[in-house]
Write a protein that binds this ligand. Sequence first.
Ligand SMILES: NC(=O)c1ccc[n+]([C@@H]2O[C@H](COP(=O)([O-])OP(=O)(O)OC[C@H]3O[C@@H](n4cnc5c(N)ncnc54)[C@H](OP(=O)(O)O)[C@@H]3O)[C@@H](O)[C@H]2O)c1
Length: 324
Amino acid sequence: MRRNFGADSRCPRKLRWYKTIFVFTGKDASVDKMRMEQSMKGKILVTGATGVVGREVVKALAKRGQKVLAATRYPEKYASPKLASVEYVHFDFTNDQGSQHLFREVDRLFLATPPLGDEECELAIRLIDQARQQEVKQIVRLSAMGVEENEASHHRAAEKYLEESGVAFTVLRPNFFMQNFLTYYRDCIRKQNMIILPAGKGKTSFVDARDIGEAAVQALTNSGHLNKTYTLTGSQAIDHFEVAEMLSKTLGREIVYIPVADEKMRDFLIDLAWVGEEIDAFIKMYQCVQIGWSAGISPDLEAMLNRPPINFAQFARDCADAWR
Ligand SMILES: NC(=O)c1ccc[n+]([C@@H]2O[C@H](COP(=O)([O-])OP(=O)(O)OC[C@H]3O[C@@H](n4cnc5c(N)ncnc54)[C@H](OP(=O)(O)O)[C@@H]3O)[C@@H](O)[C@H]2O)c1
């Protein structure tokens, strides 16, 4: 069900990301388009290539026969004869000076940084600089939904640096990934049949990382997406009670969502040895969910893929074994 943005007066600011789907920079897109078309035969460097979105980008590029350098700290673990056009290469964000040679082989970069908070911006900026020096033609940046509302956010700072870098770019701003239930929350679902979060009754238009991967491929292979920014959401907004209900139905056992107060969540994370900054960021993120900021639905993903996004019920069915 599509939300009626106009009817929701609790969070008027969230309208803005919906209305600023495209961010034009005033750069001459036709020049970038020409350069891009000339360079489409080169390799694509994918950072975070073994991460939740990065591995989907790699798979989707390989399916189309695109040549990929898949960056990881552990290339020996990932070499796969199944993905013939993919070469796993050593890359470490904390020692990226040793990786400059990689840029000589590529003309496009998919730039995902590990979820490290403020440090992410610094990592992204260093790589944007290297890519520009090596005349990389396009950078597709994995950012996050709603960052334009907070100019101080690390994702927005990296976006701005990229927009002003002179390199043609595409920014993807996804909402919460469905795959978080396979990574961060998997064990709690599998072992305790619970989802414990301070999300209240807030709704989220979760997006499947497989769809983000497909959108990234569109951006990397089709010059129509140069110098544009897209907000990527699913086509339905659901709360965590509904998530638990869908998982219960799929798994044939009861999964319960337990909404907890912020302070209780804080104690819980301290017990898990999380540190202050991480805890603050986590709590703030879910405060946004509580007030409905993650509920907006953008048409961008459907327009990029030319089909409806994967819905949560489908995601749950496809991934059911992970929670058994
Ligand atoms: N999770 C969400 O719901 C969500 C929503 C919107 C936006 N985002 C954004 O998406 C991005 C990715 O987040 P994620 O949670 O999905 O994480 P992730 O991509 O799964 O993070 C792990 C990846 O980071 C790589 N990595 C970690 N440290 C590295 C280092 N020092 N050098 C090189 N690579 C390194 C890992 O590669 P190796 O271990 O193989 O080296 C792995 O590929 C973040 O910017 C996050 O803010 C996330």
